[in-house]
Design a protein around this ligand. Structure first.
Ligand code: SF4
Length: 331
C-alpha cells in the first residue's frame, strides 16, 4: 500500500508521532512516502500539532478528495490514538537533516494548569520509554519532549541514564522549577544540558503564573548553589492568558535582574496590545541594552495610540494604561 505522511505544521522540527507511525506502517508492509509523492496514495495520514495550522491541514487533505485521510495531533483534536504506536522506534530517515534522537522518557503531568492540554491529552505523570527505545546510536544528541520530567518519582534515575549516555541533552518543553531540590539540582548540573540548537549550555523552565514567584526564586537559588549559572537558565513566561501588564512586566524584569533568560510565550499566539512588543523586546534581546520602560516608549506606545479606544485583551483599559505611563513619564 502506498501511504503518504504529511506534516501540516512544517516547523522544521521533526514530528515524532509521524516518525513512529512510519516505522509502524513499514513493519506492516506499507510503502511510506513523506510530504509528497508521485501518483495517487492509497492512504494519507496528516499530522497537525498547532491549532493555528488546522486549516492548512484540511486544505492539504483537500488535494486528495478520493483518498482516505486520517488526521491526528493536538491541532485537530486531542484523542488521536498516538499511544497505539508511541513505543515504536522513530523512523529517523524522515528527517535526514536532523542529528539528534527524539522521544519521551515520561508522559503526562500531575498538575492541572488551565492553559495546558497535557493533563487531558496525556494523563497522569508516568515513565514512558527507556532511552534505549528511541536513542539513535549514530547521534550524539538527545532531544526530550517530556512535559514534566521532574514530576516523575524516578526522575533521578532517568537523569542518571542521560548523564551516563554522555550525550548532549535538551529538555525542550521545560522543567518545573517548583520541583527543584538539592538532589535533582546536582543531577541536572552533571547532565550535558543544552539549548535547542545544542550550542549553549541551557536549562529550560517556565514561570507561567505570578503566584509561584517565591518558588521560582528559591528554585533558581538552589540550581545556582549546585553550580548552574543564572544565564544558563531560560524561563518560558506565559503572557496574555490571565495576567495583566504589570504582572507580565514584573516577571520579565525579575528574571532579568537575577541574570536569567526570559522567553515570552504568547498564549495561543494571541497578539494582544503590548504583548507582542514585550515578546519582541525579549526575543530581539533589546532587554539586554534597555529597560522595558525605555523600550515601551517607542513602538508599543505608538501602536497603543493607533488602537485608541480598543480595550486590550488583558483587561486594562487603554486610557488607564496610557495614564499610568504618562504619570511615570512626568515624575
Ligand atoms: S506543569 Fe506544565 S505540563 Fe503540567 S499542566 Fe502545568 S503547564 Fe502543563
Amino acid at each position: 500500500m502506498q501511504t503518504l505522511l504529511i506534516d501540516a505544521d512544517k516547523t522544521g522540527f521533526p514530528n515524532l508521532a509521524l516518525m513512529q507511525l512510519s516505522t509502524h506502517l513499514k513493519n506492516h508492509g506499507h510503502t511510506v512516502n513523506f510530504g509528497s509523492m508521485a501518483g495517487k496514495p492509497d492512504l494519507i495520514f496528516i499530522s497537525c500539532v498547532f491549532t493555528q495550522n488546522k486549516e492548512n491541514a484540511y486544505s492539504v487533505g483537500a488535494y486528495y478528495p478520493d483518498t482516505k485521510k486520517i488526521y491526528g495531533g493536538t491541532g485537530v483534536g486531542k484523542n488521536n490514538g498516538v499511544s497505539y504506536f508511541s513505543h515504536e522506534y522513530p523512523d529517523y530517515s524522515l528527517y535526514p537533516e536532523s542529528d539528534y534522537s527524539l522521544g519521551f522518557m515520561t508522559r503526562g503531568c500531575f498538575r492541572k494548569c488551565p492553559w495546558c492540554v497535557v493533563p487531558e491529552k496525556e494523563g497522569m505523570i508516568r515513565k514512558h520509554s527507556p532511552l534505549s527505545e528511541f536513542d539513535n546510536p549514530d547521534y550524539k544528541k538527545i532531544m526530550l519532549l517530556d512535559n514534566n520530567l521532574l514530576a516523575c518519582p524516578d526522575h533521578i534515575n532517568l537523569i542518571d541514564e542521560l548523564i551516563d549516555s554522555k550525550k548532549k541533552v535538551c529538555i525542550t518543553q521545560a522543567n518545573d522549577i517548583r520541583l527543584i531540590t538539592e538532589e535533582n539540582a546536582v543531577a541536572l548540573q552533571s547532565m550535558r544540558s543544552y539549548d535547542t540548537r545544542f550550542k549553549n549550555k541551557r536549562y529550560y523552565f517556565s514561570w507561567d503564573t505570578p503566584a509561584i514567584e517565591k518558588q521560582v526564586i528559591k528554585g533558581i537559588e538552589t540550581l545556582m548553589d549546585a553550580g548552574i549559572r543564572a544565564n544558563q537558565l531560560q524561563f518560558y513566561v506565559l503572557i496574555n492568558y490571565d495576567t495583566d501588564y504589570f504582572e507580565d512586566k514584573h516577571r520579565l524584569e525579575t528574571l532579568l535582574s537575577l541574570g536569567c533568560r526570559p522567553y515570552v510565550m504568547l498564549y495561543n499566539n494571541r497578539k494582544g496590545t503590548y504583548h507582542h512588543h514585550m515578546k519582541r523586546w525579549v526575543e530581539r534581546r533589546y532587554c539586554e541594552i534597555m529597560s522595558w520602560d525605555e523600550y515601551d516608549w517607542g513602538d508599543s506606545q505608538k501602536w497603543i495610540q493607533m488602537m485608541n479606544g480598543i480595550e486590550p485583551n488583558n483587561g486594562i483599559k487603554l486610557d488607564n494604561f496610557t495614564r499610568v505611563k504618562q504619570r511615570k513619564r512626568t515624575n
